[in-house]
Design a protein around this ligand. Structure first.
Ligand SMILES: O=C(O)CCC(=O)C(=O)O
Ligand SMILES: [Fe+2]
Length: 352
């Protein structure tokens, strides 16, 4: 009798415990959905608390934050956690509900349940491993629940990056004036920063305010953009704001691989332009712009292995799609004179 009472008591404790687990799971999922809907960014520490991530996984996220991979994301249940920005060496994450429209309806109910309730850790995948388990045709047979991916299939096709180069973009007198102006403004140039705030990611100087030439450049870029759109054979778009900055790369300066439209506030950038100018004879070497071809992985553009190398040529402008990965190779400028820098006016054409 005593033993019977005890076992009943134990089973009540176990089931209450299970109810608590389910209740806290529901609370957690509600919170995650709430954050996803709000669009607020979470730091890695906050994300770790919210999703109850384990230490080794958090360390792997820290590695991703340090790595120059602006498009990193991982999956947690039916949410995507996207590395939105790097600020003060910390990663900030945007949560989004995954688009399940590609879920094959032939997944049977048991498998769906397996996916929904499999442990969080099983769903933490980086892009590479995730694509490895992604299958175009998910059938109901013989697939362990953890191997089912609700992702679109990986697109491994290499998409060549189109670009347009225009030589002698400004008149000789405009070019001379611009060069003189830039050299005179040396004291107003400030070091560039980047979203990772990592000095090993980008080193150069820029001038944000230069109305005497930004207006000229923006006007020229606006007028030529319709032709560029045709030449690059990209979808037409309504031209909105055009940004511009004046940059100087001197000895040892560089900008590692990145794209220009990866963060939410830069999403509307469609075209990147870079106008190169320098003193003649040219007193620097290097500083080539490397533009990578693209592959689509998990719905994101990532760099393919193939690329084009563009030599910065005086009075030449290049246009290419802002979502494409690119980098500026280190500049060697033995004199280290500011006047000998690799100068650019560069910026972005946004859609409205
Ligand atoms: O200077 C260049 O060639 C490219 C600069 C660049 O990629 C940028 O400012 O985003
Ligand atoms: Fe860029």
């Amino acid at each position: 009798m005593q033993a019977q009472r005890e076992s009943k008591f134990i089973s009540e404790i176990i089931s209450e415990d299970k109810i608590c687990q389910v209740e806290s799971l529901i609370k957690q999922l509600d919170l995650v959905r709430h954050i996803a809907e709000s669009g607020f960014w979470l730091s890695t520490d906050e994300l770790a608390i919210l999703l109850n991530l384990d230490g080794s996984f958090i360390r792997s996220l820290d590695n991703e934050i340090a790595a120059p991979n602006p498009n990193y994301k991982f999956f947690w249940r039916n949410f995507e956690c996207i590395l939105a920005d790097r600020q003060f060496e910390k990663g900030f994450w945007l949560l989004r509900t995954r688009d399940n429209s590609l879920v094959n309806t032939s997944i049977n109910k048991d498998q769906e349940r397996g996916q929904e309730f499999s442990k969080g850790a099983a769903n933490h995948t980086n892009q590479a491993s995730n694509s490895a388990i992604t299958s175009k045709t998910i059938t109901s047979e013989a697939i362990p629940s953890e191997a089912i991916s609700l992702n679109p299939p990986p697109e491994t096709k290499v998409i060549p990056t189109p670009y347009a180069l225009i030589e002698n973009f400004l008149s000789q007198s405009q070019l001379n004036d611009l060069l003189r102006y830039s050299i005179r403004k040396q004291a107003e140039f400030v070091p560039t920063s980047n979203s990772a705030n990592d000095p090993n990611y980008r080193k150069s100087f820029f001038l944000a305010h230069f109305p005497e030439f930004s207006e000229l450049m923006i006007d020229r870029v606006r007028k030529i953009t319709p032709q560029i759109i045709k030449h690059l054979d990209i979808n037409n778009f309504a031209i909105g704001q055009i940004e511009s900055q004046l940059t100087a790369h001197n000895h040892g300066n560089f900008y590692k691989i990145h794209n220009d439209s990866g963060s939410p506030e830069d999403e509307s950038r469609i075209l990147t332009y870079v106008y190169y100018f320098n003193r003649e004879p040219k007193a620097f070497t290097g500083g080539e712009l490397v533009i990578y071809d693209s592959k689509i992985e998990n719905g994101y553009y990532v760099a393919a292995n193939s690329f084009k190398t563009i030599k910065p040529t005086n009075n030449t402008i290049i246009f290419f799609p802002s979502h494409c990965m690119h980098e500026v190779l280190p500049v060697s400028c033995p004199s280290e004179y500011f006047a000998d820098s690799r100068f650019t006016i560069n910026g972005w054409v946004r859609h409205v």
